[in-house]
Design a protein around this ligand. Sequence first.
Ligand SMILES: Nc1ncnc2c1ncn2[C@@H]1O[C@H](COP(=O)(O)OP(=O)(O)OP(=O)(O)O)[C@@H](O)[C@H]1O
Ligand SMILES: [Mg+2]
Length: 349
Amino acid sequence: MKPRKSRLWITLSGYIALLLTVAAIITVAIFVYEAADNTFGDNRGAVAAIMLVTVFFLAFVCAIADGIRRKIMVNRPVDKILEATGRIAAGDFSVRIETEHPYGRYDEFDCIIDNLNKMAAELSGNEVLRSDFISNVSHELKTPLAIIHNYASAIAGEGLDERTRKKYASVLVSTSARLSSLVTNILKLNRLENQEIKTKKIPVRLDEMLAQSILQFEDKIDEKSLALDCDFDEITVRSDPDYLELVWNNLISNAVKFTDEGGSINVSLKREDGRAVVKVADTGCGISKETGEHIFDKFYQGDTSHAQEGNGLGLALVKKVIDVLGGEISVESRPGKGSVFTVRLREEQ
Ligand SMILES: Nc1ncnc2c1ncn2[C@@H]1O[C@H](COP(=O)(O)OP(=O)(O)OP(=O)(O)O)[C@@H](O)[C@H]1O
Ligand SMILES: [Mg+2]
């Protein structure tokens, strides 16, 4: 916020007021001198005394006027700002202060107040995000940890037959793998959000990458008897294959996870207006409008019936990666009919 015009006017009007005051004082002093000189004539001592009293009186009036001016124009906003910064320093981010002048006539103090209000709003937003994040992470950690604790206790106890012991051990393996992937995802997201990563820009054959990603889900696709249709143009982009892989894996894993047995998945790669366009479409459960507004939020899982699979971090990661790589992602979906996720990347990035 820099209302330059009004600031310039306020500074100018300050100078004009000072100039007029000094001119008025000198004029008054001259008039008093004239009057004293006419009245007392040769008595120079009386004239000097009158001038001395006049100068002291005028100086006194100026000091009072300046004090009042400072109180209104400087001390009042400074006191407000001091009080607000004190509260912010003590952790109270709800603080908001009113500007001294209406918008459009802001002076420097109003600009500071305006920035302070924005800073407090930003900090309170961050605080909410931070505490939400901590409670989400704690919740997501607690569930697998409880499973591990219970199954490990059962294995440590007496009287388990070999088959049950093996079954419990395999639960331990899969749950600890889930825990480890949760922690890895949180770390990746954190690094992406703090912009701590430097992405590579190397030639990547997207069609080959997509084929590789799909291969990883072959067993699941067979298990659910899903029909898979792929249609890839040969396209090379300059990007970071490690992060792109994360995008394809998450989108394909969602398509597989949210499509019921017998459904179909279609993955395509086409060239459109100098951009590589990847579409991952499925005939799964689809996404309602309300769910669609949050799917890229951390830890958001639209349908709780799928809550045991994953942590709602996949699409948050995908969105961050696409932002960092300078691409675009969008989704079209109809509940009960299926979803299409579209990723656009510039061909020569
Ligand atoms: N292809 C899809 N079809 C239907 N719903 C989807 C699809 N992809 C995502 N969603 C919805 O968006 C939510 C968020 O997806 P996201 O990938 O972030 O989390 P997740 O798959 O539940 O967990 P994770 O990715 O951590 O394993 C999902 O829980 C689901 O409700
Ligand atoms: Mg997912």
